[in-house]
Write a protein of this length. Structure first.
Length: 65
C-alpha cells in the first residue's frame, strides 16, 4: 500500500509532466491525476499517520501550483 509521501511524489511528477506537456488535453488529464493523488495523500495522512498542520499545509501548497 502506498504511503501519503508516495502519493505526494506521484502528484508532483504529474504536475511536472503537465507543465512540460504540449498537448492541452493531456496536460489537463495529468493535473486531474495529480489532484487525485493529492487527495489520496490526504486520506492516507488521516488514516495511517498523525495529521500534522505542516503536512496538510504542504499538500495544499502543492495543489495550488
Amino acid at each position: 500500500m502506498l504511503t501519503s509521501e508516495d502519493h505526494r511524489q506521484l502528484a508532483e511528477r504529474c504536475i511536472r509532466l503537465a507543465k512540460e506537456c504540449t498537448k492541452p488535453s493531456v496536460a489537463e488529464y495529468l493535473m486531474t491525476l495529480a489532484a487525485n493523488y493529492l487527495e489520496l495523500a490526504e486520506q492516507a495522512l488521516m488514516l495511517r499517520e498523525p495529521a500534522t498542520a505542516a503536512r496538510r499545509q504542504h499538500i495544499k501548497i502543492v495543489q495550488k501550483e
